[in-house]
Write a new protein. Structure first.
Length: 619
């Protein structure tokens, strides 16, 4: 394997870091919109219909379900599947995965745009490879391969018979009389669930840019999460978009999705306008096939070791001599810092010294990436607009070997809207920018998902009511209130996943596996002990939150100085909640070790288990 050479980055002496820091702040301020997340609008009307209609799988008729089950899992993507697999391991077989899609996969079910690939190392990101015996084809797998692997997981764990597809949750209401959750859906269901697990994942609901006139445009318009191959030609596994040869196309957005889509539009469309507010960091991809002989040689536990290695190089500090197994843009900053430390004889560093070294390397790596733009894009003005001026990890890092070169083609134009903070409006025939109308036949929205701090928008469930009709949206309005990030007082028998007050791994799928394991343990223990309800006591929850905040790492300066994105609520520092929640300050694996000790103790300390009431005999 080729070892990354840190000398590719320009030396710190060639970068005026204070001046560059000021440049970063200026570029951030150019892009912040006063309406922050409200610049994106919830899907309604025809847009809501478009998102809720499945173009891939016919809806199978079924009768409403009104019976009981042990668990309802909201979601059948990676998060819901990992929870379901862990429930099976814990001995719980009576459950439903409920999803509005027509099959397993979540974002890998809905997203079928041309060029779709995973942008993380597939050997890390694709879960349960050892359990399924599956070898990914390459370092960055195509979306359809990940989708196919999801079906393999479903088969391996027998999840299909427990799935309710094309079903949208509309209400969750706790019934204290029967100690069950009433789960209401758009299919007329009233499922009585002993437990409910919120496992929708962070990428489950497309969002719309709030561009004036979005409903005025008379041409073709669609979101990348619902790609229309009937209009473009080609297919999920065939990216020959032959019907675009006489079409002018605009794509709005330059995040991870657009970076993968644009080369295909540039190749096939008559003309492509790429509308950008903030450029992404884009390194070389260098996608390579997985060596079958190497894969066969791996010993049991290899994937867990690789996941831990990835996490350490992204968020922690590796041990001396630990190799970087990943070797890509995600791990570059730490990899280069380790190379410098090794060259210096591996001196002892305080956490502050390590952070200072990382910060300097951050500037150097970002300068290398800006130099890459200048090397690949011929027009200096276009190249400058495509350069990312912010800290590494302010936006999701990306890699692609074709994106920048597209702007050297005569049929591709960059429309950089940083100055105006977006397009002025859509017209019947195209879009307006700086008073000029650009006509186009098709507008493609690469505007991402509802990963906002507003849970009602992200979850899309009308009613979630716990004890005494308390709404979770009201209970968490001023911030999360949980025990271990996965349970909450006043919401008995309900479990939460994702970014709350737990911790998260650099690989989301690993986070979901471990959370599913912990949830499976609590639910199975409650069932074994004959409890009808389980929830944390107020005292335990308060103590947990107090301790969580006492060990919190304050990264607010970094977050607020970042360019606006869903990582920082689009620059809104008044929000009480954050997409990444309130993570355990000691790190992911110390958090997991704390949970393991708690489980080993066996007392379920902090949780209140309620046994069925025994009626006293009448006098």
């Amino acid at each position: 394997m080729t070892i990354y050479n840190p000398t590719k980055c320009p030396p710190a002496s060639e970068i005026d870091i204070p001046a560059m820091h000021e440049k970063y702040l200026q570029e951030r301020d150019r892009r912040i919109k006063k309406d922050h997340n409200e610049q994106y609008i919830p899907a309604s009307g025809r847009w809501k219909d478009a998102y809720e209609t499945d173009p891939y799988t016919p809806v199978a008729p079924r009768d409403p379900i009104t019976g009981e089950t042990d668990v309802v899992i909201l979601g059948a993507g990676y998060c819901g599947m990992m929870v379901a697999a862990q429930l099976k391991k814990a001995g719980i077989d009576n459950f439903y995965n409920v999803d509005h899609g027509g099959g397993f996969g979540g974002t890998w079910y809905w997203n079928r745009y041309p060029g779709l690939q995973c942008d993380n190392d597939s050997l890390v990101y694709m879960p349960l490879l050892e359990e399924t015996g599956y070898m990914p084809s390459k370092k960055f797998c195509e979306g359809y391969e990940i989708h196919d692997h999801c079906q393999m997981i479903a088969e391996a764990f027998g999840l299909r018979e427990n799935a309710l597809f094309h079903t949208m949750i509309q209400s969750l209401k706790w019934d204290p009389d029967i100690n069950r959750w009433h789960v209401g859906t758009n299919r007329g269901d009233d499922i009585k669930a002993r437990f409910v697990v919120m496992a929708m994942g962070p990428l489950n609901k497309p969002k719309l840019p709030g561009i004036p006139g979005i409903d005025k445009f008379k041409g073709k318009i669609f979101h990348t999460a619902r790609w229309d191959y009937e209009y473009t030609g080609g297919g999920w596994r065939d990216t020959n978009l032959g019907k675009l040869g006489d079409k002018k196309v605009a794509i709005i957005g330059t995040g991870a999705t657009a970076i993968q889509v644009v080369p295909h539009l540039a190749r096939h469309a008559k003309h492509t306008y790429v509308v950008q507010r903030t450029p992404s960091t884009i390194d070389a991809r260098n996608n390579k096939p997985i060596d079958p002989e190497w894969f066969k040689s791996q010993k049991p536990g290899w994937q867990e070791e690789r996941v831990r290695n990835f996490h350490r190089f992204v968020f922690d500090m590796p041990e001396r001599g630990e190799p970087d197994m990943i070797q890509d843009i995600w791990t570059e900053v730490t990899r280069n810092v380790c190379a410098e430390r090794e060259a210096e004889g591996w001196p002892e560093w305080t956490p502050e010294e390590f952070a200072a070294r990382r910060e300097v390397m951050d500037y150097r790596v970002m300068e290398r990436l800006r130099n890459r733009v200048a090397d690949l894009v011929e027009d200096p003005e276009t190249a400058e607009a495509l350069k990312p001026y912010y800290r590494y990890q302010c936006k999701r890092p990306a890699s692609n070997d074709e994106f920048y070169q597209c702007f050297n083609q005569d049929n591709v134009d960059l429309i950089d809207v940083a100055e105006t903070r977006g397009l002025e409006e859509l017209t019947e025939n195209g879009f307006m920018y700086k008073g000029k109308e650009y006509e186009c036949d098709c507008i493609i929205l690469a505007s991402g998902y509802e990963v906002t701090s507003d849970l009602d928008r992200r979850w899309g469930i009308d009613t979630i009511e716990g004890e005494n009709g308390l709404s979770i949206y009201d209970y968490w309005r001023e911030g999360f209130q949980t025990f271990q990030g996965m349970t909450a007082h006043n919401f008995p028998n309900m479990f939460f996943t994702g970014f709350t007050q737990a911790s998260f791994n650099a690989s989301n799928s690993k986070t979901f596996i471990d959370q599913g394991f912990h949830i499976g343990y609590i639910a199975s223990e409650a069932l074994k002990r004959g409890a009808v309800r389980v929830e944390p006591s107020q005292e335990a929850q308060d103590a947990y939150i107090t301790h969580l905040r006492s060990i919190a790492v304050d990264n607010s300066e970094f977050v607020t100085e970042c360019t606006p994105s869903y990582f920082n609520n689009e620059g809104d520092d008044t929000k009480k909640r954050h997409i990444f929640g309130e993570p355990w300050g000691e790190g992911y694996y110390p958090f997991c070790e704390m949970l393991a000790r708690w489980r080993a103790d066996g007392k379920l300390e902090g949780l209140v288990l309620t046994q069925p009431e025994t009626l006293e005999p009448a006098e």
